[in-house]
Design a protein around this ligand. Structure first.
Ligand code: PLP
Ligand code: MG
Ligand code: MG
Length: 608
């Protein structure tokens, strides 16, 4: 699996003269965005977890880019003026831990090239194209089997032409090490070595480098003014080619499964793999580690994955985290609190329910008093009641529980990855979530986050079920890097991509985006004279329950059909006490899309 990319961006770009005197080449804008930023986005969308950029000339530009994209790491080539691209690549080498994609910074290209290299069966691959007529071609010569023999800018030096070098390659860590050794051995005779030279040199010795040609690949390298003109002319063609691969957009305003990006959808389309292979174990381990980092301090959380929906994670917690001697208090102020109580009764736990209204803020003092009334050992609460959009004061109550030695169990199914959570700070011992809500992945993976100290005692608790047992699943994965039962392979690949994208956006900024969508909705709701069920200050800003319009003509089905016709899916209410419909604003959606939805809502309201 390819997890890293390296972009060599140290060069002076002197052939572009004044354009690059004070700026690296990669920051030339085409179509309103620096070409290197377009490349960064394509790499993350293709499933690259980390991009290492080798900088030099005007490195501060890249330092600013790295602030915008947390998945970027920088390595500066201090000697950039006296070395070539191989010198920059050598500076990146210590950060590389496996097979990676290697790119030049001055490229405009169709993202399909990345997919082709990721799908390659050869370990070391140069991407090549047919004739570009750019005037700066690097020609590649291959042997009869298609492996690199030499490269040259002189066409006549090439015997068997395999294509033109694009500047995007797939490289093994071992090959990189060989290239660095070759460079070091030739420092005095070739101080300004280019990476192609080192690659050709090692290819004849210990490493075989395959040339993968795409005859009509859309790409341009920008080394001088004429290249820039050609690249600008090519840009619309690249845009068109990429747009043809877009998937029809449906904006889900139901409270999950949420709208996903195309890159998350495409992450599921990959080579078949047996989930018991080491490679897949590494994927799951990475997912576990990254999710743990999103839920609390590094090293303090263990994430346990199950095949299943959010309810599976809730059932895991209630069935696995309470000893026979335990006594549980459940807060029920919505459908998911009620579900907690139902699960507790199925497992015949010793529990009480604290019942409260689904649309007025929870009386925290009353809950605290109830907690002290009896010898409760465990407390369960839904952080965000998706039923109505009510955000419960779970952190305050769980911290109170911690002060009184009570273990806490939190359903954060629809809160996690939108509302920033630090389980240590909030006093959450166990927390449930799922792959298809705010993390913006596909349905099928349930996860339980555990504070390590709270997890260890589970070793001695009775096993009340088999498939959903937390301790067994945790132990088995720790020992084998496998789940006990068949995992949802493709949903896990989608989750991996969703995590890459969440890290790019950050949870803080995601919540800001969601809140911006919510504000657009609330503005329209007020303008249309509609009423929200929950007082604004108690709302999560993730889901809004709106009381049905009073008109006798109102029909949820009609509104649903109209919205569906415009590409929006909405959801009915879920509360016995009030007739509502619900608009969620989670997932891969933008504020302008919410505005479009409010216009549809307005059209419908006029028909009443
Ligand atoms: N808990 C909460 C707070 C939810 O919002 C949901 C689903 O919407 C669930 C649990 C159950 O999740 P699932 O339908 O994936 O089982
Ligand atoms: Mg060139
Ligand atoms: Mg170049």
């Amino acid at each position: 699996m390819i997890r890293q990319a390296v972009i060599m961006a140290g060069g002076l770009g002197s052939r572009l003269k004044d354009k690059t005197a004070l700026m690296p080449k990669g920051f030339i804008e085409i179509g309103g965005m620096p070409i290197v930023e377009q490349s960064v986005r394509k790499l993350f969308a293709a499933g690259i977890e980390e991009i290492i950029i080798g900088t030099g000339h005007c490195a501060e530009w890249y330092e600013r880019l790295a602030v915008q994209y947390p998945g970027i790491r920088l390595a500066k080539n201090e000697g950039y003026a006296e070395t070539g691209s191989m010198g920059t690549l050598a500076c990146c080498a210590p950060l590389v831990y496996g097979d990676f994609l290697l790119l030049e910074s001055d490229l405009l290209y169709d993202a399909i090239g990345l997919t082709v290299l990721i799908n390659e069966t050869h370990d070391n691959v140069l991407l090549a194209s047919g004739a570009t007529g750019s005037g700066d071609e690097v020609y590649l010569e291959s042997d009869a089997a298609g492996f690199l023999v030499r490269n040259s800018k002189n066409r006549t030096a090439i015997v068997r032409l395999a294509g033109e070098l694009v500047g995007i390659s797939r490289v093994q860590k071992y090959a990189l090490d060989q290239m660095v050794s070759y460079m070091n051995a030739h420092r005095s005779d070739e101080p300004k070595m280019e990476y192609e030279t080192a690659m050709s040199a090692v290819s004849t010795q210990s490493v075989r480098i395959f040339i993968r040609k795409i005859e009509y690949f859309l790409w341009r390298e920008i080394d001088d003014a004429s290249h820039l003109t050609m690249a600008e002319a090519l840009y619309p063609k690249i845009e068109e080619a990429e747009s043809l691969r877009q998937i029809r957009r449906e904006v889900l305003l139901n409270p999950g499964p949420a709208t996903t990006s195309d890159s998350v959808k495409y992450a599921q389309v990959c080579a078949d793999i047996c989930p018991r292979e080491t490679e897949f174990g590494e994927v799951m381990e990475w997912i576990r580690a990254e999710l743990s980092c999103m839920a609390g301090k590094s090293g303090s959380i263990e994430t346990v994955l199950f095949g299943g929906s959010g309810t599976a994670a809730d059932e895991v917690m209630l069935s696995s985290c309470i000893p026979d001697t335990g006594k549980l208090l459940i807060v029920d102020n919505g459908a998911y609190g009620t579900r907690f109580a139902k699960i507790a009764s199925v497992y015949k736990l010793n529990f009480d329910v604290f019942k409260s209204s689904g649309f007025t803020p929870l009386d925290t003092e009353a809950v605290k008093a109830k907690l002290l009334e009896s010898a409760y050992t465990h407390f369960a609460i839904v952080y965000h009641e998706t039923t109505t959009g009510l955000l419960n004061p779970a952190p305050e109550l769980c911290r109170f529980c911690h002060d009184h030695g009570i273990t806490t169990i939190v359903d954060a199914v629809s809160a996690f990855a939108a509302i920033p959570i630090d389980m240590d700070r909030e006093g959450f011992d166990f927390m449930a979530s799922t792959s298809n809500k705010n993390i913006q992945g596909m349905a099928g993976v349930a996860f339980v986050f555990c504070r390590k100290e709270a997890l260890e005692p589970l070793a001695s608790y009775p096993m009340r079920n088999y498939y959903l047992n937390l301790w067994d699943q945790y132990q088995y994965f720790k020992k084998t890097r496998q789940t006990r039962f068949t995992p949802p392979v493709q949903s896990l690949y989608a989750l991996r991509q969703a995590i890459i994208e969440t890290k790019c956006e950050t949870i803080e900024k995601r919540y800001k985006r969601y809140s911006a969508c919510w504000e657009r909705l609330v503005k329209a709701v007020r303008k249309l004279g509609l009423t929200m069920l929950v007082p604004e200050e108690a709302q999560s800003k993730l889901i809004t329950a709106i009381i049905d319009p009073a008109s006798p003509k109102y029909s949820f089905e009609d509104l649903h059909e109209l919205a569906r016709g415009h590409g929006f899916t909405i959801y009915p209410g879920k509360l016995a006490e009030a007739n509502t419909f619900r608009i969620a604003n989670i997932g891969d959606i933008q504020p302008d899309e919410m505005t479009t939805f409010t216009q549809v809502l307005e059209i419908y309201m006029r028909t009443l």
